[in-house]
Design a protein around this ligand. Structure first.
Ligand code: ARG
Length: 464
């Protein structure tokens, strides 16, 4: 048997006994929902103003409540506030302290409200703020990528499919690929924010209230576009957190892909980039090592972020309307996912800003692996009017020849080329150079430096 306490002062009117200690342990959320303190107080202050404006409480009571809540906030912010597990959650902790500070008027704050719409509001405000923060962090990373893109707009590197050399591309083009990916992440957070921007406050426990509240007033005061239109949905909905977690999962997946590239590129076998000391670690046994730990950790963050997305989906599935305590399990995972997404974005921005791409090594890698074979095939089509399938076959034979000779395509002599197809002329060598190759890919969205510079200019304007 564990000890039991006195009945809860907030809701214990009909209780003779207090909760078992284990009940308290499983029930209390104050250990984590204290992070919602600022949102809780902001929501309560708006609610108090509305109650006064509607004549539901007096102006002087509302004023005392609003002032007292600011005192509570400053106590929490300065670390002086005594959080109590007995008071379960942030809502009751704040209200109990308010009562100590201002007495009877504190008890009027919860008129026409329930913890169900209160927590729906607080958490929504918190997640909405995280959307804003994620969008700002994404923009910072895009800016860092853009600086890299501009520095190496015409540097040639191997473009890969299957991680096999495919065609030469430009470094700037590769950097811009991530800028585009991140644009979609930015929009996903923006869309999520727009969709979640309806105010649940005033739904009360689940059915609305008989008090003459003004939901438009509180919605407006808290920066929402409108009040939510169905009180049952308002207290039962956690889609806003799932929207955030979905956007976060996809964004973390993108970061994971870039992280993987940085791990590969910084290896001794590639040496495409050097990561800064600031974002690397050493080995305690191998003195030569400089490890891309930050990239590896970013690569792994998707696990917990996607995990949170899955976890909350599982919490919500099968819950009959409206609120159930299951929903208290929405917060910890979302907090953790948001914290780790922000950390991953910041670390990636630092790594990208600091990294030094090695032009020489990029270009050396691009000039091996028959990366201009497609250019050769295209030349056969253009110059000799060969059907592409035939050109593909002839080029294959030339690649085989070069491979046998232990050289790359531009190193074959004209005679060797002619031994495969007699119509080939000197002009072919113009397209075999990788610089010519990339310069020729001028189609919209292609890798030609001219295209890349145009995209950089467009992005610079957009992000300015
Ligand atoms: N701590 C609760 C949560 O996070 C607040 C809402 C409690 N509502 C209730 N009816 N018990 O979900």
């Amino acid at each position: 048997m564990t000890d039991t306490k006195q009945a809860n002062t907030m809701w214990g009117g009909r209780f003779a006994d207090g909760p078992d200690a284990i009940m308290e342990a499983i029930n209390a959320s104050i250990g984590f929902d204290r992070r919602l303190a600022a949102q809780d107080i902001e929501g309560s202050r708006a609610h108090a103003s509305m109650l006064a404006a509607q004549g539901i409480v007096t102006d002087s009571d509302a004023e005392a409540i609003r002032k007292g809540l600011l005192t509570v906030l400053s106590e929490i912010e300065s670390g002086k506030f005594q959080f109590s597990t007995e008071l379960e959650d942030i809502h009751m902790n704040v209200e109990a302290r308010l009562r100590e500070l201002i007495g009877e008027p504190a008890g009027r704050l919860h008129t026409a409200r329930s913890r169900n719409d209160q927590v729906a509001l607080d958490f929504r405000l918190w997640v909405r703020d995280q959307c804003d923060q994620a969008m700002a962090a994404i923009t910072a990373l895009q800016q860092a990528l853009l600086v890299q893109a501009e520095a190496g707009a015409d540097w040639v590197m191997p473009g890969f499919t299957h991680l096999q050399t495919a065609q030469p591309v430009t470094w700037g083009h590769h950097m811009l690929a991530y800028v585009e990916m991140l644009k979609r992440d930015y929009k996903r957070f923006g869309d999520a924010r727009k969709r979640m921007n309806e105010c649940p406050l005033g739904a009360a426990a689940l059915a609305g209230t008989s008090f003459p509240i003004d939901r438009d007033m509180t919605a407006k005061a808290l920066g929402f576009d409108r009040p939510s239109a169905n009180s049952l949905d308002a207290v039962a909905d956690r889609d806003f957190a799932l929207d955030f977690l979905s956007a976060a999962s996809i964004c973390a997946m993108h970061l994971s892909r870039l992280a993987e590239e940085l791990v590969i590129w910084s290896s001794a076998q590639f040496r495409f980039v050097a990561l800064s000391d600031r974002f690397s670690t050493g080995s305690s046994i191998m003195p030569q090592k400089k490890n891309p730990d930050a990239a590896e950790l970013i690569r792994a963050k998707i696990a917990r972020i996607f995990g949170a997305n899955t976890a909350l989906t599982m919490v919500m599935k099968g819950l009959a309307l409206t609120y159930s305590k299951d929903m208290q399990e929405d917060k910890e995972q979302t907090f953790d996912a948001a914290d780790n997404l922000m950390l991953a974005l910041a670390a990636m921005t630092g790594m990208v800003s600091d990294m030094q791409a090695n032009r020489e090594n990029l270009e050396a890698a691009a000039s091996s692996g028959f990366s201009t074979a497609t250019d050769l095939a295209d030349w056969l089509v253009r110059t000799l009017d060969m059907p592409f399938r035939d050109a593909h076959h002839v080029t294959g034979a030339l690649v085989k020849l070069a491979e046998d000779q232990g050289c790359d395509l531009p190193d074959l002599t004209l005679e060797q080329m002619k031994s495969v197809h007699s119509d080939i002329t000197e002009g072919v060598f113009e397209v075999l150079g990788m610089h010519n190759s990339v310069a020729s890919r001028t189609s919209y969205g292609g890798t030609a430096p001219a295209q890349v510079r145009a995209q950089i200019a467009r992005w610079k304007e957009k992000l300015a």
